[in-house]
Design a protein around this ligand. Structure first.
Ligand SMILES: Nc1ncnc2c1ncn2[C@@H]1O[C@H](COP(=O)(O)OP(=O)(O)OP(=O)(O)O)[C@@H](O)[C@H]1O
Ligand SMILES: [Mg+2]
Length: 349
């Protein structure tokens, strides 16, 4: 734990920084774009590509999302973060048309996004990827790309298949190969997608999304379960997309990733947006700290409410574990700073 009142930024520190595709450092067109933006929930942006107003969604009486306003800046990378159950996925689904809000609306470049079929939105320039990748395992990497190309040009998957097998695919193939090249995946084009590693599938999913030539790409936990080396490569590609003028929104739990690539961070808790700002501002925002702390208390309360009442042994074991961690932390600190004097109740002896 850091001594100051800050959110701890993950366990993968050191992976961040400019290191992306080899030595490539992609220029950031969003640099300074947020200089004039007020770091408050619902803040106006200079040039929003996506706008959500009064969007709410309930499940069986529980309000999962209740967002007054969100503007997503064009050409920048925006992270959507928040504790478990905050409503991120639900909100993401509402933003990408996969779910319809009970009230309110989402505008993508001035057009209603909510409730539109994904391939229709893609043909208009908004694509999303999934937390669980949806590559077709028994098709080759190239065929996956080409099918995405057909689908996202405004066709359903079924029509995409028909057309692909109809032989009108030369231009689509060319485009697929070009994009695979940009993602350094040319050598994999003949492999079955099912034989790729989890991280390579994520890469393929991102490459597939590019077949639609999107202006906005929405990534759902793009780095989840990806090994550190490939994470760097994925992060590099996201930065490359930004340098090409593509807007990016992503949901992510790893705060190192958030800090590395996002220009702007939006924090949700209990269905609402409770903070917006750069990652530095967010790390010291009291409402955000409270929300993250509150969520761990809430989970204990929830356990008790749902009938799981920890017994004395369990509680003691938990306390012992905490004490052990503290001892280890103090030892680590002492190694750096010298002996630390314990301040507290005077002991009996
Ligand atoms: N289909 C559903 N039916 C009922 N409740 C749902 C449904 N989807 C989400 N919820 C509830 O809505 C709230 C927000 O869930 P959501 O999955 O959006 O949170 P999240 O921020 O994505 O969490 P995590 O970080 O754990 O993925 C939770 O209380 C969840 O139980
Ligand atoms: Mg989620």
């Amino acid at each position: 734990m850091s001594a100051s009142n800050e959110i701890v930024f993950g366990q993968t520190a050191g992976l961040g920084g400019a290191g992306s595709l080899g030595e490539t450092e992609w220029p950031n067109p969003a640099h300074r774009m947020f200089d004039t933006v007020d770091p408050v929930p619902g803040a106006s942006k200079p040039d929003p590509i996506l706008v959500a107003s009064d969007v709410s969604r309930s499940f069986g009486g529980i309000r999962a999302v209740s967002v007054e306003r969100l503007e997503v800046q064009r050409g920048a990378i925006t992270a959507l973060i928040g504790p478990n159950g905050a409503g991120k996925t639900t909100f993401f689904n509402l933003l990408t048309g996969f779910d319809k809000p009970d009230s309110g609306n989402v505008l993508f470049d001035g057009e209603t996004a909510s409730g539109q079929a994904s391939y229709k939105l893609a043909s208009k320039g908004m694509v999303r990827t999934f937390q669980l990748t949806k590559v077709l395992a028994r098709m080759t990497v190239l065929d996956n790309m080409m099918l995405a190309g057909q689908q996202q040009s405004g066709e359903s998957m079924f029509r995409g298949f028909i057309r692909m097998w109809g032989g009108q695919e030369a231009s689509v193939r060319e485009k697929a190969l070009e994009i695979l090249g940009q993602f350094n995946m040319t050598h994999m084009s003949g492999e079955f997608a099912g034989s790729l590693s989890g991280g390579q599938r994520k890469l393929l999913e991102m490459a597939r999304a590019m077949m639609a030539e999107p202006r906005l790409i929405m990534l759902d936990e793009p780095m989840a379960g990806v090994n550190p080396a490939l994470t760097q490569s994925l992060l590099g590609h996201v930065k490359r997309l930004r340098s090409e003028g593509i807007s990016v929104v992503f949901v992510e739990h790893d705060m190192d990733v958030v800090r590395d690539i996002s220009d702007w961070v939006v924090v949700m808790a209990e269905g609402e947006i409770i903070a917006e700002g750069t990652s530095d501002m967010i790390g010291s925002n009291q409402a955000v700290i409270d929300a993250y702390l509150g969520s761990s208390h809430a989970s204990l309360t929830e356990q008790i409410l749902t009938g799981h009442i920890p017994d004395v042994e369990e509680v003691e074991a938990g306390l012992a574990e905490t004490a052990e961690l503290e001892v280890a932390e103090i030892a680590a600190l002492e190694a750096q700073t010298g002996p630390i004097e314990q301040i507290g109740e005077p002991s009996d002896d």
